[in-house]
Design a protein. Structure first.
Length: 297
């Protein structure tokens, strides 16, 4: 019987040999190797640019959204490509309906309405100095963080204080979000909970480099594997249960940070192309392999 073929969708910023390869693209290599090892000889796994010709992509039985990290600059094109693959009979993981819901961070407001412990947020259509100054008073805080609603990897993200507000010409010219800065990001770090087919796989804490607050490896962040406290794991599992889909996604990364109250609040429910930290989860590769094969029947 012919082995199934699985596409690990990537982009020029992550594919080996690319002249534009990012310095954190080693995460692509680690993720690909973990899944390939988990699959063994049961399926063929190939990394390929998500913009490759459709006649190439439709040769695969399943398309996994591995590291298409440039999709944020072409969200509509990305969604159209995923829907076209599904229309051609390719299993897409996670499915296009999940990606469409997750691509705009306004989904966090929906999770908050469902009862998820959340960070207070303002949702301006664009943001300049006036919106930042108003946010200080709205939240009653001295520091805020601003993000693009469609974005990843802290790209386009800024943080300002009352003492050091944005310059007059600063602006986010697209839908944005503003939140109070949470000190636990620097004192404790950001908790990540990895789920495969709806089941908890492994946990870790991501810590920023000295003097920074961004926890991504691109900015010097490090990761420490942890066995989450029962209450913390339950908080992440509760967020998973709030996702508005009939079946759990193949993969999910629930990112949370501790509030002053001691409970964890959700920062992101990463369902598109998150790095899933295979080095911190010994069983991650086999679990992903089983999940992929199950989706292929």
């Amino acid at each position: 019987m012919t082995k199934p073929a699985i596409a690990f969708l990537a982009c020029p910023d992550t594919l080996p040999g690319s002249p534009t390869r990012r310095p954190d693209a080693f995460e692509h290599d680690l993720l690909l190797e973990a899944i390939r090892t988990g699959l063994g000889d049961r399926a063929d796994l190939h990394a390929i640019d998500w913009r490759a010709p459709m006649d190439q992509l439709t040769q695969y039985d399943l398309a996994y959204l591995g590291t298409p990290w440039d999709y944020t600059e072409a969200k509509d094109e990305f969604l159209e490509r995923l829907e076209a693959l599904e229309g051609a009979g390719v299993v897409v993981a996670n499915p296009a309906e999940v990606i469409r819901w997750n691509a705009d961070k306004l989904y966090l407001a929906e999770l908050a309405a469902r009862g998820a412990p959340s960070i207070p947020t303002l949702w301006p259509q664009s943001a300049g100095p006036a919106e930042v100054l108003a946010a200080f008073d709205h939240f009653g805080c001295d520091r805020v963080v601003l993000k693009r609603r469609v974005g990843a990897g802290a790209i386009g993200q800024d943080s300002f204080t009352r003492a050091a507000p944005p310059p007059p010409d600063w602006r986010i010219d697209q839908p944005a979000m503003i939140q109070p800065f949470l000190p636990a990001i620097q004192s404790e770090g950001e908790h990540s909970f990895i789920f495969v087919s709806g089941q908890f796989s492994h946990g870790l804490i991501k810590q920023a480099a000295q003097g920074d607050y961004r926890i991504q490896s691109l900015y010097g962040g490090i990761e420490v594997a942890v066995d989450p406290a029962p209450a913390d794991r339950q908080a992440a599992e509760a967020v998973m249960a709030m996702l508005p889909f009939e079946a759990p996604p193949l993969y999910a990364r629930i990112d949370m940070v501790r509030l002053d109250s001691g409970e964890l609040a959700v920062i992101e429910a990463e369902l598109i192309e998150p790095y899933l930290y295979p080095l911190q989860g010994a069983e991650f590769g086999p679990r992903m392999a089983e999940g992929m094969l199950a989706r292929l029947g």
